[in-house]
Design a protein around this ligand. Structure first.
Ligand code: GDP
Ligand code: IMO
Ligand code: MG
Length: 432
């Protein structure tokens, strides 16, 4: 088993972090290959809660080496903050965490650019505000992108910022139109000084990580790739334009870490027992049934508020059409069904099995946002269960209705269920 990928099959926050943590003992390396601090993973282990955005969740496991691959976009202050937070919690990552010299760097002007575009009225995506999109834009555009390795060469960095920052200031002035008073103007020398200070501290972590990973594979080490975001947020195959700016599907691994696909031998698709989404964009099974409704109840019980932004997550029924699509695209071998306990007490549960698009029945997911917005869900209704299931550790101990619900999800998605999660803690897990 040289390479395993843990990937979310919905719109993110499927509890991927918990699955990576559970696999921790079976792996030598844990690798992030996409996104940045827009991700938010909460892991509860032995009663302790760890919240990570930029670092892979695997860092909390002893004897696991953690890698931030070249496909990740890094905000250095956030990186240092997470390293310091872990140190306070007794987790020393100084010898077991590395970051690619090829990863791109997020600067404050990326966040400012994003703020101006998101607040500009039209065209809002509902992003996390972490500068992710503008940084990836600069990476692909080539002229303004700055990589982690460049932070380590002071004269070069000053020269780069002297060229980049005036362009950015002009660009933001153009975006700002009515907002001139609050527009931040950046000063290249000050930014260079600030980032050179970060560079001093991040220097020991910076490596050629693709070489490191290929060497590790050659030495027989086992790797787990931790996808950030969810497959429906993938820039190519997700609900564009309401997506993130990276390839969150396992297809991002080769480019985002340098590890060829032939080393991927197992793909674990993670789903919630229902669906959530943060930010704008179509969501056919969304529950908009008011403050006393099922949607609000699931949000409250599941604590469905974003880890990064604190925004209430939009909540809806399980969408088997969407998950069948992402399971196929991601090449998932199995699925893990998370947060099943949140549904306890609901009299009945719905699963979307098809869409109605202008009178046509569709069973294939239209990943185009325009069509998806026009899709009405076709539901199948299953009985709910009353019992608290958070203490169950075996499938056979679950109420019949809960087992039926899991079986039906498995049948509709076309994959076996390997894990059922009944609570946030590492222990609250049913291995099937
Ligand atoms: P990720 O981004 O995919 O890693 O997921 P998040 O960490 O953003 O969101 C998942 C949340 O659900 C976290 O707060 C977890 O602690 C919590 N969680 C994970 N598994 C379960 C579960 O089975 N039941 C409940 N109630 N919470 C869970
Ligand atoms: P994890 O790894 C849920 C969403 C944002 C927004 C869109 C684009 O915790 O599952 P961005 O800041 O990436 O440009 O925002 O993507 N988004 C996430 N939603 N979980 C995430 O990560 C997300 N990362 C980005 O809400 O709709
Ligand atoms: Mg999350």
């Amino acid at each position: 088993m040289p390479g395993t990928c843990v990937v979310g099959l919905q719109w993110g926050d499927e509890a991927k972090g918990k699955i990576v943590d559970l696999l921790g003992d079976q792996f030598d390396y844990v690798v992030r290959y996409n996104g940045g601090a827009n991700a938010g993973h909460t892991v509860v282990a032995n009663g302790k809660t760890f919240k990570l955005s930029l670092l892979p969740t695997g860092v909390i496991r002893p004897n696991v080496f953690s890698v931030i691959g070249n496909g990740v976009v890094v905000y250095p202050p956030r990186f240092l903050e997470e390293v310091d937070q872990l140190a306070k919690g007794g987790v020393d990552v100084s010898g077991s965490l590395v970051m690619s010299d090829h990863a791109h760097v997020i600067f404050p002007y990326h966040m400012e650019e994003e703020r101006l575009l998101e607040n500009g009225g039209e065209g809002k995506i509902g992003t996390t505000g972490r500068g992710i999109g503008p940084c990836y834009q600069d990476k692909v555009g080539r002229r303004f992108g700055i990589r982690v390795g460049e932070l380590l060469r002071p004269d070069h960095l000053r020269e780069r910022l002297r060229f980049v920052v005036p362009y950015k200031n002009r660009l933001m002035q153009a975006f700002a139109s009515g907002e001139i008073e609050t527009l931040k103007i950046f000063e290249p020398w000050a930014l260079a000084d600030e980032y050179l200070r970060y560079a001093e501290r991040i220097k020991p972590f910076v490596k050629d990580t693709s070489k490191l990973l290929l060497d590790a594979l050659a030495a027989g080490k086992r790797l787990v790739f931790e996808a950030a975001q969810g497959s429906l947020l993938d820039v190519d195959h997700g609900t564009y334009p309401y997506v993130t700016s990276s390839s969150s599907l396992p297809s991002g691994i080769w480019s985002g870490s340098g590890v060829p696909a032939k080393f991927l031998t197992r793909i674990i698709g993670v789903v919630k027992a229902y669906t959530t989404r943060v930010g704008q964009g179509p969501f056919p099974t969304e529950l908009n049934d008011g403050p006393e409704g099922t949607g609000e109840r699931i949000r409250r019980v599941g604590r469905e508020y974003g880890t990064v932004t604190g925004r209430p997550r939009r909540v809806g029924w399980f969408d088997a059409v969407a998950v069948r699509y992402t399971a196929a695209l991601s090449g998932a071998d199995v699925i893990t069904v998370m947060l099943l306990d949140v549904l306890s007490g609901l009299p009945e549960l719905k699963i979307c099995t098809a869409y109605d698009l202008n009178g046509d029945r569709r069973t294939h997911f239209p990943s185009d946002a325009y069509q998806l917005e026009r899709c009405k869900p076709v539901y199948e209704t299953l009985p709910g269960w009353k019992e608290d299931i958070t203490t169950k550790r075996k499938l056979a101990e679950l109420p019949t209705a809960a087992r039926r619900y899991i079986d039906r999800i498995s049948e509709l998605v076309g994959l076996k269920v390997s894990v059922v999660s009944v609570g946030p803690d590492r222990e609250q897990t049913i291995l099937v």
